[in-house]
Design a protein around this ligand. Structure first.
Ligand code: FES
Length: 103
């Protein structure tokens, strides 16, 4: 059994870091109570959960890349939080700027 723990933190917010087991899908654990991240579809389609990620995580799938290119083509650090698999400690910050024109 893999008991490695990864730390998910939210710099520049008052949210406390969350410790999860390696290879967890973080969208199963993040809620409006414990994180600043908002989710919609949770299947990688709507773009609601777009965030900036600092940390060493697997690259996006082709499907995720397509969505990211629509919502934030200029930012290589953006990811869909609902598609993230934890492989190390990460920092999550919300994407700056207003995406409402694109949603
Ligand atoms: S919640 Fe819809 S893309 Fe992540």
């Amino acid at each position: 059994m893999n008991t490695e723990i990864c730390n998910v933190s939210f710099p520049q917010t008052n949210y406390q870091p969350i410790c999860l087991s390696k290879n967890e899908n973080i969208s199963e654990y993040l809620t409006v109570q414990n994180s600043p991240v908002l989710f919609g579809c949770r299947t990688g389609i709507c773009g609601t959960c777009i965030v900036v990620v600092n940390g060493d995580i697997p690259p996006p799938t082709e499907e995720e890349k397509e969505i990211l290119e629509i919502f934030a083509p200029e930012n290589s650090q953006v990811r869909l939080a609902c598609q993230l698999k934890l492989t190390s400690d990460i920092e999550i910050t919300l994407l700056k700027g207003d995406l409402s024109g694109k949603l």
